[in-house]
Ligand binder design. Structure first.
Ligand SMILES: Cc1cc2nc3c(=O)[nH]c(=O)nc-3n(C[C@H](O)[C@H](O)[C@H](O)COP(=O)(O)OP(=O)(O)OC[C@H]3O[C@@H](n4cnc5c(N)ncnc54)[C@H](O)[C@@H]3O)c2cc1C
Length: 326
């Protein structure tokens, strides 16, 4: 008996291509060669070395790309987060929604010998401008050498050290609003006080800042003073493990470090996060800490200090994204 059967005929049906969504394809900002990336892990963009992914991430190289980034976020109805060196940020393990704009590619320093003014872009490290000033024999930025943040972060945070701060030397700052307007602001416009400005918690973007320095000193003398400031910091603060510097603001007239130390919390750990022995206002990532470990430790320190001293410690570190108290 012979069995015969027909081979199935190939179906001549066009298979529709997989739908191309915004998230599948590399995206360039309209009219630029600037890439917007999807789901970029942020841990390596913060000094704590923790944090989940940015939904979208862009690192513009100039003002046009920065403006295009904001415009794109606006058109896609996405929230925007500005990211400097990430040295004052605790980002959730779940990451951040919307567009994260990094200033890492916005780099220039201009010095005006006649006026003694130094202008630097948002992404320029504070250490770089402090050293540039020192090499020229310009005084006024020695204190900034050990601050591991950027010019943009310093203007927003009113960063300071050795009883000096950003607001004291700021002449003006150029700021981009979410509607694309570019404006110059003076320190008087920015509501400065201790580690605070009215730029915190809103979507205005610091593009550049101009500082008034004092030219005419011996460069060797200014370099020596700058190195001394750095050495002094390294001898009193733990720089060998990831941290965000001081976690809490000093609650006037107290020092946060002293209250934490006297509460017996030096060395206290939750997961991979630990209150530093060298400086009790530092929390260290001792390897393998999650953002949640650090957050729980912050809450624990706040609670213990409040119980012991009736003082509520406010955080200096900016806590971004979703966190849950244990
Ligand atoms: C070891 C160590 C030591 C430290 N010591 C000091 C110290 O002595 N004094 C001190 O003041 N701080 C200190 N810090 C904290 C930190 O360096 C400062 O707060 C710094 O100014 C933050 O700058 P950043 O570029 O890292 O900002 P980020 O941490 O990236 O951001 C801080 C805030 O500024 C916003 N931001 C950043 N850039 C821009 C921009 N261009 N436009 C608009 N918003 C922006 C962010 O959205 C965020 O709200 C220390 C940190 C570490 C890790």
């Amino acid at each position: 008996m012979t069995l015969s059967f027909d081979l199935p005929k190939p179906l001549n049906v066009a298979v529709p291509p997989a739908p191309v969504t915004l998230k599948d394809s590399p995206l360039y900002l309209p009219g630029t060669s600037c890439l917007i990336k999807h789901q970029v892990p942020l841990a390596n963009f913060t000094s704590f070395k923790v944090g989940g992914p940015a939904e979208w991430f862009v690192a513009p190289k100039n003002l046009e790309e920065l403006q295009a980034s904001l415009k794109w976020a606006y058109s896609e109805k996405l929230p925007v987060t500005s990211l400097g060196a990430g040295s004052n940020l605790l980002i959730s393990d779940r990451g951040l929604p919307g567009l994260v704009i990094s200033t890492r590619n916005l780099r220039y320093i201009r010095c005006d010998q006649e006026t003694g003014q130094l202008t630097a872009s948002a992404g320029e490290p504070m250490a770089a401008i402090a050293w540039e000033a020192a090499k020229r024999g310009w005084e006024g930025l020695e204190w900034a050498i050990g601050i591991p943040g950027t010019v943009g972060g310093a203007v927003v945070m009113n960063a300071g050290a050795h009883k000096r701060c950003t607001a004291e030397i700021l002449v003006s700052t150029q700021i981009l609003s979410s509607d694309g307007t570019l404006e110059n602001f003076t320190p008087e416009d920015l509501g400065y006080s201790y580690r605070t400005s009215n730029l915190q918690g809103n979507s205005r973007f610091v593009v550049q800042a101009t500082f008034q320095l004092r030219p005419g000193a011996d460069p060797e003398k200014v370099k020596a003073a700058t190195k001394e400031d750095l050495a002094q910091r390294h001898s009193t603060q733990p720089y060998d493990s990831p941290s965000c510097g001081s976690v809490f603001r000093n609650p006037h007239p107290h020092y946060a470090a002293s209250l934490i130390e006297q509460t017996g919390l030096k060395g206290y750990r939750i997961g991979g996060a630990q209150v530093a022995y060298k400086h009790a206002n530092f929390i260290l990532n001792n390897g393998g800490a999650t953002a949640s470990d650090i957050f729980q430790l912050i809450c624990y320190v706040q609670q213990q200090v409040a119980e012991r001293w009736s003082v509520r410690l406010e955080t200096e570190v900016k806590i971004l994204g979703e966190f849950q108290r244990a």
